[in-house]
Design a binder for this molecule. Structure first.
Ligand SMILES: [Zn+2]
Length: 185
């Protein structure tokens, strides 16, 4: 997209990655929106094209410099591009030396994440608040009861860092249940 003057001025009209050519493009670092220049990086035509070219490692030595840029968007984009060339020595040495904010790393790596979806035994997508039924009897760890097949668990909660687990209440106790042993109602 076209570049705003404000973004252009941020690096003295130069590309924020290679710092050698004029910046003519505004690149928004996903998944952020392009409403704020804080989410954007000013790029020259060469860098702009190279971003989608996975063979362009010869071009990206400039990232050794841009990763130290004070703008989080520039850091995140530099870090993200470097992931494609992780096996190259210069990349691992840069990545070992740089100490980026956790949020910047998360932003950079978000491009590689596959959305975690919780699915029941039949592949239905589970959501917070769903009611499910157990498709087989479960021995509940740490308790003396067995939850029988057919027991309804109301208003489940997704375990956010594990797509295979949900939480639900059985016998007034909150337990973790494997998604593959439930069916959405
Ligand atoms: Zn450039």
């Amino acid at each position: 997209m076209s570049i705003s003057n404000q973004l252009k001025q941020r690096n003295g009209e130069m590309c924020e990655l290679c710092n050698t050519q004029n910046a003519n493009n505004a690149y928004t670092v996903s998944p952020k929106s392009d409403e704020q220049i804080e989410n954007q990086v000013a790029l020259c035509d060469t860098c702009f094209k190279a971003i989608d070219d996975t063979d362009a490692s010869f071009h990206w030595r400039c990232l050794e410099g841009s990763i130290w840029n004070p703008e989080p968007s520039v850091q995140a984009l530099s870090y993200r591009i470097m992931q494609h060339f992780k096996n190259e020595e210069w990349v691992s040495s840069v990545l070992n030396n740089v100490d980026l904010d956790e949020n910047v790393v998360e932003w950079a790596m978000s491009a590689f994440q596959v959305a975690d979806v919780h699915k029941d035994a039949f592949g239905n997508i589970l959501e917070n608040g769903d009611n499910v039924v157990l498709t087989q009897a479960l021995n509940v760890k740490g308790t003396s009861f067995t939850a029988s097949k057919g027991v309804v668990v109301k208003r489940i909660k997704l375990v956010h860092d594990n797509p295979e687990h949900i939480e639900g209440k059985i016998n007034d106790q909150v337990i973790v249940i494997l998604c593959k042993f439930v069916k959405k109602l």
